[in-house]
Write a protein that binds this ligand. Sequence first.
Ligand SMILES: [Zn+2]
Length: 144
Amino acid sequence: MDIIYNPSTYTFQIALPETGEIVAEAVARPDAEMAYLRVVAPELARKTDHCAGKFPALTDRARRAAFIVLAGHVAAGRGIVALNGRMHRTTVEVARVQGSQPEPYSITEARGVLICNCPDFADAGAPVVEGTRYCKHVLAYLLA
Ligand SMILES: [Zn+2]
């Protein structure tokens, strides 16, 4: 995805990497990114819009999560994992999500609760909606 800011129209334009064709244009960069997503991955865009519409607090993270999915950075987890050196049948690594660090983040699920080992999740920066914390990696897992 190539993003070009056009200062004469005050818009962000997004071109297809292969052809350079401008497929999306918007005043705000996030809007241009969503318009691009609707062109290249309509079903993923529909799920992202649905998430943002239902939970506005997750709008930014859902958009960034969609681009993690688009990049193919959500992989299957290892299944039952050890915590504190002991195997827990109730704790399952459901996905590994490549983020900004060399090592992918791990999404685990225990008793219906999803947990990510990224700083956003640990620092409580990620928003809590209806009792569940959502970082962009958890959202990418759910959108994938
Ligand atoms: Zn995370």
